[in-house]
Design a protein. Structure first.
Ligand code: HEM
Length: 418
């Protein structure tokens, strides 16, 4: 079902609680922070006209809502389509829907708990920490490959390949398949854009089918000869006779591949841009393990890669004076919450030495990013190796963001280092 949409129009919203910003307007998605500043100053909980639902920009509110059990990512476990006025699934996106059907991100307990428990073990900190040397090696190989040039697009040459290769290898797919996985993933992610066209839907559906066929072949292979990888682990794990179906394994593998690189790529690009534009000497940013970790956290706070996640109200309820009906959508604005002046001193300045650091970039509550420990290691390694090898790194062009508001990442990051 791609992006969660408000189904029944919400009426009688007081004029002073409404806000308007077109997510497709380049002036907006190149710098959504100007809009966030206005909302923080006037109306941090507001009805966003273009989306047609209530949105929350405050750090406190977003943090609380992410953990609030009265809201969920799924609604059809508590209501029927008829009741909600939800259209029937579209046959031309059936393959895409199938990849999403068992996605952790779209499930609520108990189905969510069962699946998450099975996958979680592979992603705990002590397990992913073992990948650090591999990530260091990969980062250096990427830098070796472009160091002889005068300038490079850092997204393509550095930010994108590292997380894609790491997650592919973890699942048990060859590193050489990473570019193909990236291409499928990018076409699928287009479904989360605001106002998706029919062509985009068809294209995302085709990519989903090809992606599933590819994973299905690997599943057949692993059933015959299991290995030490996540795919084999998911196929063989058995909890009291409860096993994952092939469809569940496929959905989870695709979710991990998609979620496992997209946001990390964007955070790498956004973070390098923030560091370079801050004018801070990079040597000071990576002077110790603690400072490197703090720099990564500030990059995540200052320019988050994912700006809005949504939840359904699971029942009729009053949320701080706002009347919500079962099935109404709320927008949790992670990128705005991270810049809340009520939570952070000088919220709009990039300050890796701040003492009030925190962010909601990985979410919170039961859907808290399963890949956060891995992403943190990837980012720590990517930034510190990049600035260690190329200390004179500078922007060669004004970077521009992609036209996908939710996925706030650069389309290109041209840099030079001489
Ligand atoms: C900087 C990088 C990343 C960011 C900012 C990020 C952000 C997020 C956020 C905000 C959520 C929660 C969405 C919600 O509450 O609705 C989430 C969930 C998730 N992320 Fe990440 N993510 C990153 C990297 C990764 C990586 C590397 C992986 C996998 C290897 C991953 C896998 C997942 C999965 C599977 C979920 C769903 C968890 C659930 O629903 O229980 N993410 N991520």
């Amino acid at each position: 079902m791609a992006a969660i949409l408000q189904l029944k129009p919400i009426e009688n919203v007081p004029e002073n609680r409404r806000a308007s910003a077109d997510p497709r307007d380049p002036a907006f998605f190149q710098n959504p922070y100007a809009f966030y500043d206005r909302q923080h100053a006037s109306n941090p909980t507001f009805f966003w006209d273009q989306y047609g639902h209530w949105c929350f920009a405050g750090f406190k509110e977003v943090s609380a809502l992410l953990r609030d059990k009265r809201f969920g990512r799924e609604i059809l476990h508590v209501a029927t389509r008829e009741e909600l006025g939800m259209p029937e699934p579209k046959p031309h996106v059936a393959s895409f829907d199938l990849t999403e059907k068992h996605s952790l991100l779209n499930l609520e307990p108990p189905a969510h708990t069962r699946l998450r428990t099975l996958v979680n073990r592979a992603f705990v900190s002590r397990h992913v920490e073992q990948l650090r040397p591999r990530i260091v090696k990969l980062a250096n190989e990427m830098i070796d490959a472009f160091e002889g040039e005068d300038s490079v697009d850092l997204i393509k040459a550095f930010a994108a390949p590292i997380p894609a290769i790491i997650i592919a290898e973890m699942i048990g797919l060859p590193a050489e398949s990473a570019p193909q996985l990236l291409a499928w993933s990018n076409r699928m992610v287009a479904m989360y854009m605001f106002g998706v066209s029919h062509e985009t839907e068809l294209d995302a559906n085709e990519a989903s089918q090809d992606f599933m066929d590819f994973i299905a072949d690997s599943i057949v292979d692993r059933r015959k000869s299991p290995r030490e990888d996540l795919l084999s682990h998911m196929l063989t794990s058995d909890r009291g006779g409860d096993k994952l179906s092939d469809e569940e394994v496929m959905s989870t593998a695709i979710l991990l591949l998609n979620a496992g690189h997209e946001a990390t790529v964007h955070t790498t690009g956004n973070g390098v841009k923030s560091i370079l534009q801050s004018g801070i000497d990079p040597v000071t940013l990576f002077s110790s393990e603690e400072q490197t970790a703090a720099t990564v956290e500030e990059c995540l706070r200052f320019d988050a890669p994912l700006h809005m996640f949504t939840r359904y109200a699971l029942s009729d309820l009053d949320y701080e004076g706002i009347q919500l009906r079962k099935g109404d959508v709320v927008g949790l604005m992670l990128g705005a919450a991270n810049r809340d002046p009520a939570r952070f001193a000088n919220a709009n300045s990039f300050d890796p030495f701040r003492t009030d650091g925190a962010n909601v970039s990985f979410g919170a509550g039961i859907h808290f990013c399963i890949g956060a420990p891995l992403a943190r290691i990837e980012l720590q390694v990517a930034f510190s190796e990049l600035f260690r090898r190329l200390p004179k790194l500078k922007l060669a062009e004004e970077p521009r963001y992609n036209d996908v508001y939710h996925f706030h990442g650069l389309e290109k990051l041209m840099v030079s280092w001489r």
